[in-house]
Ligand binder design. Structure first.
Ligand SMILES: [Zn+2]
Length: 269
């Protein structure tokens, strides 16, 4: 599943190719991917792509009038190809572009979603209005997050995966962040001290921003379609690993909220 760094890589790669092009037509073979498809086509066709932004794990295609959001969920991928490229199975949405190229959206699991927004409502309406501050942002409000955290009895790992608390962290990076902050993923959120929350937030910025520089993580669960191979898998310290790089003890592998979690029982308290 693509997390914030991988979505950022998709954003940057797509923006380079698509900025300035006009969407001339849209074919969709699996309609639930696009919210209100008739309206979407009406609003998006003949619009120029000005640029592509991102908030947490959402791509925001900025158009000359309005924008559309795209969330890749589990397996969503974009391909930018010339007109002779044949459409394959699982390629559910095709945007025909003014230069004759196609932007293809492929989604084996079909969980991805797209939705048109008028410009003034991109950030002020759901889903973006419901998201917490981005996990790599320096703009967080420590007191506010701390008072939210105090009311939660779920494990800290589950809280960090809750996108309304902070947004953009997924399973891989949460394991890395909690290891870096030396906090057990099983700790009840309400027992986390303010200093520890601060350590989590700083680790989160550091790790996500480094992962963006390394163009994301390429592991079994996600490979980019755009010819970009991430290198952050070489920097992972605990996720998918066997031994703690600090104390050399075997890592614990457990399920927390259904998610496979790696941590060191010695170094993380
Ligand atoms: Zn250790």
């Amino acid at each position: 599943m693509p997390e914030l760094p991988e979505v950022e890589v998709v954003r940057a790669t797509l923006e380079k190719e698509l900025a300035g092009l006009t969407i001339k037509g849209i074919d969709c073979t699996y309609e639930p991917i696009i919210e209100n498809i008739t309206f979407f086509k009406e609003k998006v066709i003949n619009q120029k792509i000005i640029g592509i932004k991102r908030y947490a794990k959402y791509l925001i295609f900025m158009l000359s009038e309005g924008a559309f959001l795209s969330h890749l969920r589990m397996e969503g991928k974009y391909f930018y190809v010339d007109s002779s490229y044949p459409i394959a199975k699982h390629q559910h949405v095709v945007f025909h572009l003014s230069n004759g190229y196609k932007l293809i959206y492929q989604d084996v699991r079909k969980f991805g979603r797209m939705e048109f927004k008028i410009l003034g409502e991109v950030y002020t309406t759901p889903p973006l209005s419901e998201l917490g501050i981005e996990a790599n942002s320096k703009e967080y409000h420590l007191e506010e997050l701390y008072s939210k955290l105090k009311k939660k009895s779920i494990p800290i790992k589950s809280l960090l995966l809750d996108q309304t608390f902070i947004s953009g962290l997924g399973n891989i990076y949460v394991d890395e962040v909690l290891y870096n902050a030396q906090i057990s993923p099983l700790r009840k959120s309400s027992t986390i001290k303010k200093k520890e929350l601060e350590a989590i937030l700083l680790s989160s910025q550091e790790i996500l921003n480094e992962a963006i520089l390394q163009k994301g993580t390429t592991i079994r669960s996600y490979t980019s379609s755009l010819g970009v191979t991430g290198n952050y898998q070489n920097y992972l310290k605990v996720h998918t690993k066997k031994e703690c790089p600090n104390c050399n003890k075997g890592l614990s592998i457990i399920k927390i909220g259904g998610r496979t979690s790696y941590y060191c029982r010695v170094c993380q308290r």
